[in-house]
Write a protein that binds this ligand. Sequence first.
Ligand code: PGA
Length: 251
Amino acid sequence: MAKMTRPLIAGNWKMNGLAGSLSELDAIIAGSSSAPFADLLVCPPATLVAAFAARAKGTGVMIGAQDCHMAPCGPHTGDISAEMLRDAGVSFVIVGHSERRADHHESDEIVRQKALAAHRAGLTAIVCVGETKADRDAGNTLDVVGRQISGSVPDGASAANLVVAYEPVWAIGTGVTPTVRDVEQVHELINLKLSMKLSIGSQPVRILYGGSVKSNNCKDLLDILHVDGALVGGASLNAADFLAIAAAVPK
Ligand code: PGA
């Protein structure tokens, strides 16, 4: 089904990639014409952000980061601000990925502050939400995701500076995905919540699905109403796999 917004296929490399991985980016850039109906974004680890941004400049491939601090600068050893990322050439930053919520105890409020920091720096924030297996088994998925959207998405955001990614925690890196109906239900809820939160008449914000998206299951997922692209982990590390997913975006 044709989409109301141009889909975004984003690769989240997580803690993977060394200087030699620039060749993988080159392959994505070279093959990007095979995916004419999607925007392409690669989010390498912080060590590679500047080199990737320099390499991708002027091509159809955009570069993003995986996290930012909420402050613009200051005494925060080891952290990187949204302004620094902007200076390094990125245009997007993922905030509130479930691995950061778990490993670094990031609350909805921290995620919201990070999204605001991204906006302050002129970046688009990709705010991640998603339920755990225990939440789903207890029938709490819609409550949990609804609460995360309310707490993590800043008021006044717009399609120009916000993307939301629905990533069920139990689907990340497991090879297991929710049913089409389950994804449809959560995306419908997110769409509704966003339409109440964002300014009236604004363009719809893109809502990505993430969690074990592969070339062999992406078509069914990308066809779902209110699925405006994918956040891809493992399968984004290989240019051919990533491009195959992007090429499956419906016209
Ligand atoms: P996965 O990761 O595609 O490897 O499941 C997705 C993500 O965590 O963004």
